[in-house]
Design a protein around this ligand. Sequence first.
Ligand code: MSP
Length: 636
Amino acid sequence: MSDTFYITTPIYYVNDMPHIGHIYTTVMADAIARYQRLNGHRVYFLTGTDEHGQKIEKAARSQGIEPIQLADRVVARYHDLWRALTISHDDFIRTTQPRHQRAVAEIIERITTAGDIYKGSYEGWYDTRDEAFVPDSQVKDGVDTESGHPVERLAEPSYFFRLSAFADRLLEWYRTNPDCIRPKSRYNEVVRFVEGGLKDLSISRTSLKWGVPYPGDPEHVVYVWLDALTNYISALGFGSDDDARYRQFWPASIHLVGKDILRFHCVYWPAFLMSAGLSVPQRVFGHGWWLQDDAKMSKSVGNVVRPDHLINRFGADALRYFVAREMSFGQDANFSDEAFLERYNADLANALGNTASRTTAMTDRYLDGVAPAPSTDGPIPEAAATAVARYREHMDALEPHRALEAVWQLLATLNGFLQERQPWSLAKGGDSARAELESVLYCSLEGLRIVSILITPFMPTIATELQTQLGAADLPTNLDDAVRWGGLPAGTRLKDARPLFPRVDIAAYLKEADVESKPDTPAPSPAEELVSIDQFAQVKLKVGLVTEAERVPKSKKLMRIMVDLGEGAPRQLVAGIAERYEPEALVGRRIVVVANLQPAKLMGVESRGMLLAASVDGDPFLLSVDGDVPPGTGVR
Ligand code: MSP
């Protein structure tokens, strides 16, 4: 087996800020990369951004900025987020970089030389959200029946790639490399798709400008997927004067992608590479989707969970652990605050944090904070060896959730062991119990040290913190050496411990989150902070005069008010202001109302608009109007 390991994430579109679905691919790639480094492999880990195409051009235009300005903003956000999540990538490729554009030109030249490109014209449907051409048979009433996305009709000159000629070679590749696509269900899907026959693929566009210029024909730009997929080799220096990395690391050991983009990676990409005379990747792994309420988390559905709040409140490692453990790698999973908090308390605060703090506190109290002589008594050495073996097996089989299960099984055994052997009673037993006390505490400390090594790929910061607390920060970190029983030397002085994961009061947290008025409170993101004057003008703000007000029965927060907006009859609004305002104090006030908001029902009472209030720690402070301005006057 080669000692190099090349792992990639998809490159992310820059029309949107990252949500949990996006961070998942990168966090899992990071865990795999870190695991391979622990195994002594020379790892190259690549991530980056996909910045061209119609989707980005449109998004930038709607914000009144240039596509590159939008890309720069979102890229800065990705860099911040990857830093916050301690992602250990070796490179970050942007498709707007000259090194990438050079490589795209080079691969097209090779495919052209191979005779696999011809000029024609494309007439058909296009799905901008997926940047994909959609067959006529799959479109009904302007919607792609597979993805549910709206499509638009294109008719333009185009270069075509002879994809149809590659079906047999692709099928042969799948057949002789049954592990090249994982999990197995996805492999079968791809094989069925290719067996169904392949059509030639349009690889250039003339109706947009935001892309890599097509070599030798600048009226065209390169189709965004051919452009994007090439990132995996452009980042290694393919097509440049210095392609040492390309020669060292290509083909990729694994392209980690979401299942929605499997076809691009398992059909188009290998076909481009085969045509260009380059090696195909060793493996593509298609993971499942994060859902909320059983729907795929996505900006267009409006059900996204942004990672910022969870990272700030619970730490990057808690979020990394949760996504790695909760989702069976390859399948879909639902994200909910409740599931996150339950795992946080049970697995992190309790099983890991408590076991660590009890063990270090007892070593401190009974053994002056110094590790005793190594011991192999009792069940822990064997339990640790079993955990290490299962962990390795599952990590190698790309089942990280099961590898974590094995570690938590060891923690459960450790906990049971402490409960059964009761070091606190042994400590009272005088000299005769001293040897047993030392042995029990040694086994617990050493078990925890091994846990700290095994969790490194998933929780690098906490792993280091735990090793520091155990006085084991400078011990070997190569997996084989690090997990050998007895690695913690006698006489090691433990460091002061702080709780690794303070317990969370779930009910209080959920209440607090509720007051902050979820479901959709994405952290403000740079690209969303700026709106164009046209976007702002879409919100109709008007002065309203309150004519009636009363509390909504059975609600502490809600007030029903009638407001004159100069429309003849007053309108009914429901607002969460009843904890700060008395109904009588509202009547006669001039307030500011969003007049063109879609109606909504709150506790069964219809609200046709929304009043504006400043929110200080969840307390509303009404905006009022300075002077007797007539009701219905516009506000801008
Ligand atoms: N730009 C393309 C990839 C080009 S790779 C040569 C793209 N970008 S994306 O930003 O839309 O998606 C990036 C990754 O995030 C994909 O792997 C996608 O599957 C993943 N996810 C986006 N939403 C997701 C969930 N709700 N759940 C899990 N992952 C999903 O596609």
